[in-house]
Design a protein around this ligand. Structure first.
Ligand SMILES: Nc1nc2c(ncn2[C@@H]2O[C@H](COP(=O)(O)OP(=O)(O)O)[C@@H](O)[C@H]2O)c(=O)[nH]1
Ligand SMILES: [Mg+2]
Length: 359
């Protein structure tokens, strides 16, 4: 599963700091706006504490996390959608992403320059969201003017008008209800304001009450708001990266991970995209996998290897929540794990540990 996440926000608010944190890269995070217009692209290892816990129980040290792609864009400013500050080019980069991480500055620090010389998360959110709405509006109007003279496009024209009227009311397209037919057409057009969004407040230690952010501000009530202190996460991240993954320090490792707030970001990302995790292991390695909620055992088998898919006999399943409750000593022989047996139609649950039996 190829998941792409795009980071957006005003200039100089910590976007690249977040990118570096998540991808373990070293892109420039200088204290001045518009360092570059080209996006930074990197891979994120999705730490799932469950993975380390299972590894600890079954005594395996080769751990393979699920991964997603992360795109760090340059800062957007007012009138970006009209091309100011090369905004159009930046917005274009969001075309292919599945989810948007909207970073909001909520740290004071006078020495870090703010493009509008003030700290106001809500105004900042409004500026960015208006640009996204405007960008979709321009795209939609362009599409409409291309279709207008062709009578066979009647349905699409009708949808375009619906979209335009929504955007003209300063509302994101995801606030609309669509029929199945409309959904089919609209989903292929990759509008930015249809994509799920997580607002990440980059907070310093002064506790500002972010819970007060209202639905009118975030425009769509299924989107998520989280508070993360990037600088603090940076320290935890450093410890995570430093500790070598040998069998003895899984527990310490999990303790560190439990303080790592970015794990919450991954959990929300999965929820918004309707993705769940399952695990597989053999005597060499343990691995986590991402799949759409509702995927059957047979489809999951196909994802792992065509041999497993073609020769599928059955799948042995134990959920993580049950697995961790069983006395560790019982696992001295791995063949004693109390799996349940299912056929190819089994619908995989989040946290399932799967063992495929195949010809
Ligand atoms: N005090 C403080 N500074 C931060 C924080 N996050 C980022 N910075 C600093 O803000 C500046 C701009 O950060 P950067 O990640 O490049 O912002 P971008 O332009 O949005 O990519 C850098 O000097 C960062 O070190 C934070 O949470 N607190
Ligand atoms: Mg940057």
């Amino acid at each position: 599963m190829n998941i792409k996440c795009g980071i957006i926000g005003l200039p100089n608010i910590g976007k690249s700091t977040l990118f570096n944190l998540l991808t373990n890269s070293q892109v420039r995070t200088d204290n001045y706006p518009f360092c570059t217009i080209n996006p930074n692209i990197g891979i994120v290892d999705l730490y799932d504490p469950r993975l380390y816990k299972i590894a600890d129980i079954i005594n395996i040290s080769n751990i393979l996390c699920s991964r997603i792609q992360l795109i760090d864009t340059a800062g957007l400013i007012k009138n970006a959608a009209n091309g100011i500050g090369l905004g159009e080019k930046i917005l274009e980069q969001l075309y292919k992403v599945n989810i948007i991480y909207h970073v909001v500055r909520n740290f004071k620090k006078n020495s870090i320059h703010h493009v509008y010389n003030r700290i106001s998360p809500i105004e900042d959110i409004n500026i960015i969201n208006m640009e996204l709405i405007l960008y979709d509006l321009i795209k939609c109007e362009n599409l409409l003017s291309k279709l207008k003279y062709n009578i066979t496009n009647e349905n699409i024209i009708k949808i375009c008008n619906k979209l335009i009227s929504c955007l003209n009311n300063n509302k994101m397209l995801k606030t609309l209800e669509f029929s199945d037919e409309e959904k089919n057409i609209v989903s292929n057009l990759n509008f930015i304001t249809l994509k799920p969004m997580i607002y990440i407040f980059n907070c310093d230690d002064t506790k500002t009450n972010v819970q007060n952010i209202s639905n009118t501000t975030i425009n769509y009530n299924k989107d998520i708001v989280i508070n993360i202190n990037f600088l603090k996460e940076k320290n935890i991240n450093f410890i995570i990266k430093k500790s070598t993954l040998d069998k003895t320090n899984f527990r310490t490792y999990n303790k560190i991970l439990s303080k790592y707030n970015l794990v919450r970001l991954f959990i929300h990302t999965f929820n918004l995209l309707n993705i769940i995790t399952f695990f597989t292991f053999n005597d060499k390695e343990i691995k986590s996998w991402m799949i759409k909620r509702g995927t059957t055992a047979l489809t999951a088998a196909k994802k792992i290897h065509s041999d497993i898919y073609n020769g599928f006999i059955k799948v042995k399943v134990i959920n993580y929540n049950k697995f961790v409750l069983i006395d560790n000593n019982k696992f001295q022989k791995l063949n004693k794990i109390p799996y349940a047996i299912y056929n190819k139609h089994y619908s995989i649950m989040d946290g399932d540990i799967l063992k495929f039996v195949f010809r």
